[in-house]
Design a protein around this ligand. Structure first.
Ligand code: FES
Ligand code: FES
Length: 79
């Protein structure tokens, strides 16, 4: 499996809305981080779906190496 790109070595804070679905970019190529814009086409990566049950601020992984995708788990601190 190819390595994902690293748009940034820090999470992206996002105010998600209850009931909305989000597609987190796993490949790191999207121009609208942290979400998928279709740029993974032709790679081994697919976006990760997340549905918000409540409105809140969440921290989406920007380094693309979290073990708790789509969220930051602190792995970026070791890069
Ligand atoms: Fe990265 Fe779709 S653009 S997963
Ligand atoms: Fe990827 Fe924190 S930004 S683990």
């Amino acid at each position: 499996m190819a390595e994902p790109d690293t748009p940034q070595k820090a999470p992206y804070p996002v105010d998600v809305e209850a009931g909305k679905s989000y597609w987190w970019c796993a490949c790191g190529r999207s121009k609208s981080q942290p979400f998928c814009d279709g740029s993974h086409k032709g790679t081994d990566f697919s976006p990760v779906a997340f549905q918000a049950d409540k409105s809140e601020k969440l921290w989406f992984c920007g380094c693309k190496r979290s073990a708790k995708k789509p969220f930051c788990d602190g792995t970026h601190q070791k890069l």
